[in-house]
Design a binder for this molecule. Sequence first.
Ligand SMILES: NC(=O)C1=CN([C@@H]2O[C@H](COP(=O)(O)OP(=O)(O)OC[C@H]3O[C@@H](n4cnc5c(N)ncnc54)[C@H](OP(=O)(O)O)[C@@H]3O)[C@@H](O)[C@H]2O)C=CC1
Ligand SMILES: O=C1Nc2ccccc2C1=O
Length: 282
Amino acid sequence: MSLRLIKLNSGSLIPSIGLGTWDLPRHQTSDIVYEACKVGYRHFDTAVLYGNEREVSQGIVRFLSENPQYKREEFFYTTKLWNNQLGTNETRRAIEEMIEKIGDLQYIDLLLIHSPLPGKQHRLQAYEQMQIAKDNGYVKNIGVSNYGKHHIEELLTWPQLRFKPVVNQIEISPWCMRTELATWCLSQGIHVEAYAPLTHGYKLTEDPTLAKYAKKYEVSPAQILIKWSLQKGYIPLPKTKTLTRLPQNLDVNSFTLSDDDIKEIDRPDAYEPTDWECTDAP
Ligand SMILES: NC(=O)C1=CN([C@@H]2O[C@H](COP(=O)(O)OP(=O)(O)OC[C@H]3O[C@@H](n4cnc5c(N)ncnc54)[C@H](OP(=O)(O)O)[C@@H]3O)[C@@H](O)[C@H]2O)C=CC1
Ligand SMILES: O=C1Nc2ccccc2C1=O
C-alpha cells in the first residue's frame, strides 16, 4: 500500500495518513509501530504528553535496521511540546530531551506546539526555539496544534517569524467540522492534520449514515471517515492498537465518495469535540 505524499510549505513531503499513537499500550507500542511500518505506514504522530516517544521511535528504527532498502527520509515522525515546555529555556531543554529519546531516528520531521493554552509570551518564545532547532537540523518542520485563527495570525504578523507553521493539527470529523478554520488554514498554505478522525471510535458503530456508505462501498465505517477526511484535503491521523485494523485504515483507494455522499456525511451543525477545545483560548 503506498501513501500519497503532500508537499508542505517548507518543501518537505508528508504522507497523507499518519498513525495516531495516543493511548497505545506502552509495552506494545514499539511492536505496533514496527507492524505498522511493515504494512506501509510512513507517518507517526506522538507527543511528550503520550509518554511513548522512545517506543514509537524504536519501532521505526527497528524496521529500518531490518529493512535497509528503506531510508530514514521515507519516514515522517511528529512530536509535540507539552504546555509546560513552552518558554525559552523550557523549549530548548525539551527539544534536547526529544532528540535523546529518538536515538537512531536522529531528527524530528515535525515539531508542534501542542496547544496555545500557555499564552502569547510562552507561545512565541517556544516558536523562536523551534526555529533555532530547525536551523540546527534537529527538526525539519515546525507547526502548531489546536490553534485558532487568531493564534496563527499572531505568528504570521510576528516580526521574528522566519518559518511559517507547516500544519495546524486540529480535531476534525463530520461531528466537529471546523470548516471555517480549516479552509482559512489551507488558504494560508498551512496544511490541516485531522486528529480524532474516527471520533475516538464513538460514532463508528452507531451512525446509520456511516453504515449506509460502508455497505455501499463494501468498506468499514472507519474507512469512510478516513476517506471523508482525505477528500476534504486534510491529513487524518487514525489511531489503532489492533494489528488487524492497521492495513484497512490505509486501504482507502478502492472507492471515492461523491459530492452528494460527502454532503450527507457532513454534520455542519454538530459540535462534539472528543477531548478538549482550546482553539478559542486567549
Ligand atoms: N493534538 C491533539 O491535541 C490531539 C492529537 N490526537 C492525535 O490523533 C490521533 C487519533 O485520535 P484518537 O483520539 O486516538 O482517536 P481516533 O479518532 O483515531 O479513534 C481511535 C479509536 O478508533 C478505533 N478504531 C481504529 N480503527 C478502527 C477500525 N478500522 N474499525 C473500528 N474501530 C477502529 C480504535 O480502536 P483500537 O485502538 O482498539 O483498535 C480507537 O478506539 C491520536 O492518537 C493522536 O496521535 C488526538 C487527540 C488530540
Ligand atoms: O491524543 C491526545 N489525546 C488527548 C487528550 C487530551 C488532551 C490532549 C490529547 C492528545 O493529544
